[in-house]
Design a protein around this ligand. Structure first.
Ligand SMILES: [Zn+2]
Ligand SMILES: [Zn+2]
Length: 271
């Protein structure tokens, strides 16, 4: 069975090891970060280095570059993004990716989590709601960027202290505040990174019945649950379609915990 190494390289900054270590500890894994490896070359949130690729590609490149830098055969890396919801563009989502690469076992396993519970907000000097804003975002645990509204220039990042914020507001009366998106200053992002970590660990432990490699995981849903009243098919899925990421073996499993659908979702009983 595939296993993580007991010392596992994490190519990441912003204290992500503090979020992920508790998840890996039960498997006897200690995460470590190689100092001197600069992950900011893969893009930053304050816009100084644009991100060129999608997060899945970026996280893989970051992981491989970190492994080369640290001269390791195994590595873990994390990458997140914020953007519009693909089907409801007026909503925002935070997408977090983790990848585990093992060159000896030929593994490349992705953990993924999408959350709509996020902190990605702005406020400017024309607003009278500064205190409400600070309470709502839970300023302190949640950090802020301070910008000059007239030039758009970034004046200060990583602000978590009320006194520092008030001094900046006095010095720059035309201000813009933006919530920090870096993981160590954004508690909602920390929760989502942990969810991606749980997804990765679950995939690492789901073994293909044919080739025994990990990451035998749900790739789609299919079928139609019958209505519990009229027995006609509904639009609710009946099966989870598992696919092995190594050999391609596929298997349908019954949807867990549900064999029929409530008539309120039936096109015949409740048109
Ligand atoms: Zn397989
Ligand atoms: Zn029905």
């Amino acid at each position: 069975m595939a296993m993580f190494p007991s010392q596992l390289l994490l190519s990441s900054k912003h204290l992500k090891e503090q979020i992920l270590q508790p998840l890996f500890a039960p498997y006897g894994v200690e995460l470590f970060v190689e100092s001197g490896f600069d992950t900011d070359q893969y893009g930053t949130f304050c816009g100084t280095t644009p991100r060129m690729e999608g997060p899945r590609t970026t996280v893989k490149e970051k992981c491989l570059a970190g492994m080369t830098f640290a001269n390791k055969r195994q590595g873990l890396a994390s990458e997140g993004s914020f953007g519009p919801h693909p089907s409801s563009p007026f909503l925002s989502i935070n997408e977090e990716w983790l990848v585990y690469i093992d060159l000896d076992q030929n593994l490349e396993i992705y953990g993924h989590s999408v959350s709509m519970d996020l902190c990605h907000q702005k406020l400017d000097y024309q607003s009278l709601q500064l205190n409400d804003f600070l309470n709502r975002i839970q300023f302190g645990a949640q950090g802020l960027l301070f910008k000059d509204a007239s030039t758009g220039a970034l004046i200060q990042k990583g602000i978590t202290n009320e006194e520092q914020l008030q001094d900046l507001i006095k010095a720059y009366p035309q201000w813009v505040l933006e919530t920090e998106l870096r993981a160590h200053l954004n508690p909602k992002r920390q929760k989502n990174i942990a969810a991606a970590g749980k997804d990765l660990i679950a995939r690492m432990h789901s073994k293909c019945p044919k080739c025994a490699q990990p990451d035998f995981s749900v790739s789609a849903t299919s079928g139609q649950l019958p209505c519990s009243w009229c027995k006609r098919p509904t639009n609710s899925y009946a099966f989870l379609d598992y696919t092995c990421q190594s050999c391609g073996f596929a298997e349908k499993k019954m949807r867990p915990g549900q064999q029929t659908e409530d008539p309120q979702y039936c096109n015949y009983c409740n048109p």
